[in-house]
Design a protein around this ligand. Structure first.
Ligand SMILES: [Zn+2]
Length: 348
């Protein structure tokens, strides 16, 4: 059974003008999933956990700018008077979802939150990225730390947003308790410019960071080869107690800000595989990251609810095929990832 965590405070994180990361994203999701699952509110008091991931200086800087009104803190990322409350409750939704799943009350949770989080590191911008990419606090990363301290011995974070989760990678780069796997558009062609194959973690964390940088125009067929050849076998071998999913819908071909070409068929496949892990793993918490086409966000979220409730559902989209020229490049990326990661994992 899957439950939803949501709060109307997310609508109070408001851009000063036009912006792709805007309140109606979550409104369209909430309208679409209404009645499909129980809804809970986030945990309110999260600062103890926030400060285990983010520097105190960074958190107080954000609190300061929230008091200043509508402000851009970099070229992409804005803060408004309601941002600090929304951003804390975005973290709190993930923590609530983890409580529900670790207690066994739900076996999956969907934190329908904004602002998103995976681009923000300990101290704001991560790994030399030019901006924080619309993110304020790293909701998923705080969740992973919370889960570890609540008895989940090992946590996997699967990031299917079209952008590399540079913040999450930075935070756990030397931590072997958190496996970070990300499939994303080639960093040479898109923000944040990181997420290359050879970024495998360091120190005790070496081998616990897996990047699959996919060329622009990668479609369903090739993406699923990467899932089957790399992602599922590594998660299977790692045996996490909990899987957190950085769920971005911006890898869909109708999304305006990236060049990946997934249909909802691939999202459905990801949801089914994760559902099948639940028996062995313990639970899955989905955390909304990017996705800027409201129709995709709402239909994708309904699909998630149905699949996690064991209901099959007609997907009104064909499977997308990768052009031969792009496919050859995807296959070479997959081979390179496998030869790099084979040092750490049993891969075919
Ligand atoms: Zn994204």
């Amino acid at each position: 059974m899957i439950g939803v965590i949501y709060d109307y405070a997310y609508l109070e994180h408001r851009p000063p003008g036009n912006h792709v990361e805007r309140p109606d994203r979550v409104v369209s999701i909430i309208k679409a999933v209404n009645g499909l699952a129980p809804v809970e509110r986030p945990i309110k008091d999260v600062d103890e956990w926030l400060l285990k991931v983010h520097d105190a200086d960074y958190v107080s800087k954000i609190d300061q700018v929230c008091s200043e009104g509508y402000v851009f803190i970099d070229a992409d990322t804005y803060v408004s008077p309601g941002t600090c409350r929304a951003a804390r409750l975005a973290v709190g939704a993930v923590l609530r979802g983890i409580d529900k799943v670790l207690s066994g009350e739900w076996n999956a949770a969907y934190a329908i939150v904004r602002p998103p989080g995976h681009h923000v590191g300990r101290n704001g911008k991560a790994l030399m990225a030019p901006t924080q990419g619309f993110c304020i606090f790293n909701n998923t990363a705080v969740g992973a730390v919370y889960a570890l301290e609540h008895g989940a011995g090992k946590v996997a974070i699967l990031d299917v947003d079209a952008h590399h989760g540079n913040g999450t990678q930075e935070i756990f780069y030397s931590d072997p308790r958190v496996l970070y796997l990300s499939l994303h558009q080639d960093p040479l062609t898109i923000y944040p410019g990181t997420g290359f194959i050879d970024e495998v973690g360091e120190g005790y964390g070496e081998g616990f960071n897996v990047n699959v940088p996919l060329p622009p125009f990668t479609a369903d067929d090739a993406y699923q080869v990467a899932l089957n050849g790399i992602v599922w076998p590594i998660i299977e071998e790692f045996k996490p107690r909990l899987i957190l999913v950085s769920l971005g819908f911006d890898a869909h071909e109708l999304d305006g800000i990236t060049n990946l070409r997934l249909s909802l068929n691939t999202y459905a496949e990801v949801f089914r595989r994760l559902r099948d892990f639940i028996g062995r793993v313990g639970g899955v918490v989905f955390v909304l990251e990017g996705g800027y086409n409201n129709d995709v966000l709402s239909r994708g979220s309904v699909l998630l609810m149905n699949i996690m409730s064991n209901k099959e559902m007609e997907i009104d989209e064909g499977i997308t095929r990768t052009e031969p020229r792009v496919l050859a490049r995807v296959n070479s990326v997959i081979r390179d990832v496998i030869s790099t990661q084979r040092v750490y994992w049993h891969l075919g």
